[in-house]
Design a protein around this ligand. Structure first.
Ligand code: SF4
Length: 448
């Protein structure tokens, strides 16, 4: 069977897609890159925002039209929407099966049932929690790999559906993670991103005292891995030891993604975030003191129930104080089943939410542009991760501060490091020309 999986949402979903594709390949199926070529289409969904769900329903409408012409194609739904909207999805005419976030390793079984004529079934059992280290992957990148280290979340922020859809925190055993990364390094992957809803909780559910900082040190010891990132940190849980490791070890990208969500203590309390603005800013000071060249990025929600103009002004003030390197902003949307959905009225009008969202975006673009302009005519190291979508002769990669850098004529050096002179900037992108290319950082192989 020819299989196409469309992924929505976070990098954890991307990693789940890679696992499902790897398993299906092991069953003898073929991965295709176009929905039109597929016999089986799986939508790996996200339920974090209403907008993501709308996109999935839009795609189902499109697939429904394809199905009328090609009635023999199968359609499955995976990901967080399955946990949230089981009946609704199964009763959708286009959908043949659903598979839960904790059952993705049973995707081969789902296809077997389709081939036997089974339809409208759900595979939800919690069998894949301890995702075995031997799982096959169909890696979507050639030089960079996502590695999930912990699944689920125990925080229960009042607006968030994740603890309900992905369950409680479950860390993968360190030996399994390290084995996977060693295999990746042997296959030529030089850049790794460790993933979890809250990576700082890593190890707390395992026996013994092995923590996230121990894992970081062990990953950095793996020969062949040249750059390591991790996502996402929870402000309260980020340990100083982690900051010290990132700061002192050149293998780590200097990035801390620390979602603040709001600059108002009152709203933070309603969100159950567990910190005040003052505590958050103290953490930022610690990060900047220990790792002065670190980029700090964040997530913000605008229009949370009862958010006043003053609350919003306070969020803008935090933006001015921190001058985040990047802000992901979203307008609050009700997620059924969450505490906020049950107890708070969604009382900020949509027009005000959009106005606040646009204000954050405008200020974010200005700050990002100012930061980009500071880099003009400087040089930066970048790992050439993939082909640019703008011009296929160019490569793209990330600077140590996670700024996307498009490298002119870089595509023939993919998988290597380049020292790049930055010649043009925008708020979100940098463009540059190679000064030199090396196989591994610090080891000159080819000078242009
Ligand atoms: S930390 Fe909060 S926002 Fe993040 S996944 Fe957990 S509950 Fe959701």
């Amino acid at each position: 069977m020819k299989v196409y999986i469309r992924t929505y949402g976070c990098q954890l979903n991307v990693n789940d897609t890679e696992i499902m594709l790897g398993i299906l390949e092991r069953y003898g199926h073929t991965v295709v890159n176009s929905i039109d070529d597929a016999d089986l289409i799986v939508l790996n969904t996200c339920a974090v925002r209403a907008k993501s769900e709308e996109k999935v329903y839009g795609k189902l409408g499109e697939i429904n039209r394809i199905k009328r012409v090609k009635p023999n194609i199968f359609v499955g739904i995976a990901g967080c929407m399955v946990e949230d909207k089981r009946e609704e999805l199964l009763s959708n005419d286009t959908v043949d099966f659903i598979i839960g976030t904790r059952a993705i390793t049973r995707i081969g079984e789902a296809v077997g049932r389709l081939q036997k004529g089974d339809r409208k079934f759900a595979i939800l059992d919690d069998l894949s929690d301890e995702l075995a280290g031997e799982l096959p992957f169909h890696r979507l990148d050639r030089y960079h790999a996502w590695v999930t280290i912990i699944r689920g979340c125990n925080k229960f922020c009042t607006y968030c559906i994740v603890p309900y859809t992905r369950g409680r925190e479950r860390s993968r055993p360190p030996g399994e993670i390290l084995k996977e990364i060693k295999q990746l390094a042997l296959s030529g992957y030089k850049e790794i991103t460790l993933l979890g809803q809250n990576v700082d909780s890593y190890g707390k559910d395992l026996s013994g005292n092995y923590r996230f900082s121990d894992l970081l040190e062990d990953v950095a010891r793996i020969d062949g891995v040249d750059r390591i990132w991790f996502l996402t940190s929870y402000p309260n849980d980020l340990e100083e030891r982690v900051i010290d490791i990132v700061s002192s070890n050149p293998k780590f990208g200097k990035l801390f993604h620390l979602p603040i969500q709001s600059g108002s203590d009152r709203i933070l309390k309603l969100m159950n975030r567990g910190y005040t603005v003052k505590q958050y800013l103290r953490l930022i000071d610690t990060v900047r003191r220990k790792c002065p060249n670190a980029a700090i990025t964040t997530d913000i929600i605008v229009g949370f129930p009862t958010e006043t103009a003053e609350d919003f002004e306070n969020t803008l003030k935090v933006m001015e104080t921190v001058r985040f390197n990047r802000v992901n902003v979203a307008a609050y949307s009700v997620r059924d089943g969450t505490y906020a959905a049950k107890h708070f009225e969604d009382d900020v009008p949509r027009s005000i939410k959009l106005k606040r969202l646009n204000e954050i975006l405008r200020r974010e673009r200005e700050i990002s542009l100012e930061r980009s302009e500071e880099l003009l005519n400087t040089s930066a190291w970048v790992f050439l991760r993939g082909r640019s979508e703008i011009d296929p002769r160019d490569a793209y990669g990330y600077t140590d501060q996670f700024k996307t850098l498009i490298v002119k004529d870089g595509v023939k050096f993919l998988g290597r490091w380049a020292r790049v002179k930055i010649i043009k900037v925008s708020s979100g992108l940098l463009w540059g020309e190679m000064e030199k290319v090396v196989e591994r950082r610090g080891e000159l192989v080819h000078t242009l």
